[in-house]
Design a protein around this ligand. Structure first.
Ligand code: NAD
Ligand code: LMR
Length: 328
């Protein structure tokens, strides 16, 4: 093993998503089959949670992963984030049936001021942060604003699950392979207002929009299906999505760290004004990644319907931001 291990912090490590995530990180699916990792796992100090974390660690040990160079259990973010190179902030309350993700704001926002401050104090100066805990965009915004000594661009929110859901719906509609879909974008908030946009998407070089050729399906079936998929899973499972969320987190971090080879993916990132979104809003954009950096796909034409959708999801994000002003 020649590469130096990197430190990967995961919060909410004993939760549902944690259980679907940690084993894949430790097996090299996130950062590559040649990259050793040290897991820095954070759970709340509560005895039950810490015991559950011990059990997860026993299972990680029992996998004897060749790339797993160390495992640490923590109950304090100030030690959990020490020198961390990658931080996956999953730990937060999930919503139950009948709740919107924005209903979680009051319950979860405080977690991200504390954790943003801890990252600011002790993480690697190049730490890549992904916020999964809902409402993910606004929590990522809070963490970013609470970490003024770290580059704002290092804070991101998870829109990849929406992106993957959109790709899967398009594959089913067109009868084509999901792997062949290129140039898909999801704009805005990880909420039912997100705007999944296949106007530029192609399959084998052919336009998806032309292939589907059904604007009514786009507006009345596709957008609501992708937007309300989280609620549909909660209604069916009685619990929020976990394996698909963990999978999206792996996809997000892998692509950010290792690159996308020109392929568009969606990341929630702090705006610098692109497409008229006010600076610092944590907004879902189409990006490509290379050399550990993401770059927004610029120059796309925004038609009237798309602008209407983007305004709606932006307004929701601005309202959420306004609701957490007192914490910053
Ligand atoms: P869960 O309840 O199974 O697990 C959450 C874990 O986080 C628990 O073990 C809890 O003890 C821990 N936790 C709570 N506060 C913490 C803190 N301050 N520090 C460390 N750990 C803490 O929930 P889950 O199903 O794993 O979901 C976690 C979050 O991810 C929820 O907010 C959920 O809504 C969100 N989520 C986001 C997406 C997305 O696409 N962005 C997708 C699915 C779920
Ligand atoms: C999802 O999209 O599945 C998650 O954000 C969980 C939720 O509350 O919908």
């Amino acid at each position: 093993m020649s590469k130096k291990p990197v430190r990967v912090a995961v919060t909410g490590a004993a939760g549902q998503i944690g259980y679907a995530l940690l084993f894949r990180i430790a097996s090299g699916e996130m950062l590559g089959k040649d990259q050793p990792v040290i897991l820095q796992l954070l759970e709340i100090p509560d005895e039950k949670a810490q015991n559950a974390l011990k059990g997860v660690i026993m299972e990680l040990e029992d996998c004897a992963f060749p790339l797993l160079a160390g495992i640490e259990a923590h109950s304090d973010p100030m030690t959990a984030f020490k020198d961390t190179d990658f931080a996956l902030l999953v730990g937060a309350r999930p919503r139950g049936p009948g709740m919107e993700r924005s209903d979680l704001l009051a319950a979860n926002a405080q977690i991200f001021t504390v954790q943003g401050k801890a990252l600011n104090a002790v993480a690697s100066r190049n730490v890549k942060v992904l916020v999964v805990g809902n409402p993910a965009n606004t929590n990522a915004y809070i963490a970013m604003k609470s970490a003024p000594d770290l580059p704002a661009k290092n804070f991101t929110a998870m829109l990849r699950l929406d992106h993957n859901r959109a790709a899967s719906q398009i594959a089913a509609k067109t009868g084509k392979a999901v792997a062949d879909i290129e140039k898909l974008a999801v704009w805005g908030n990880h909420s039912p207002t997100m705007y999944a946009d296949y106007r530029y998407a192609t399959i084998g070089g052919q336009s998806v929009k032309a292939m589907i050729n059904d604007e009514q399906w786009n507006r009345e079936v596709f957008l609501p299906t992708v937007g309300k998929r989280g609620a549909a899973i909660i209604a069916a499972r009685g619990l929020s999505s976990a394996a698909s969320a963990a999978n999206a987190a792996i996809d997000h971090m892998r692509d950010w760290a290792l690159g996308t080879n020109g392929k568009w993916v969606t990341m929630g990132i702090p705006s610098k004004g692109e497409y008229g979104i006010p600076a610092e809003v944590m907004f879902g954009y189409p990006v490509t990644c290379e050399n550990g950096e993401y770059k927004i796909v610029e120059g796309l034409e925004i038609d009237a319907f798309s602008q209407e959708c983007i305004n709606k999801t932006l307004n929701e994000l601005l309202e959420e931001q306004n609701g957490v002003k007192h914490l910053l």
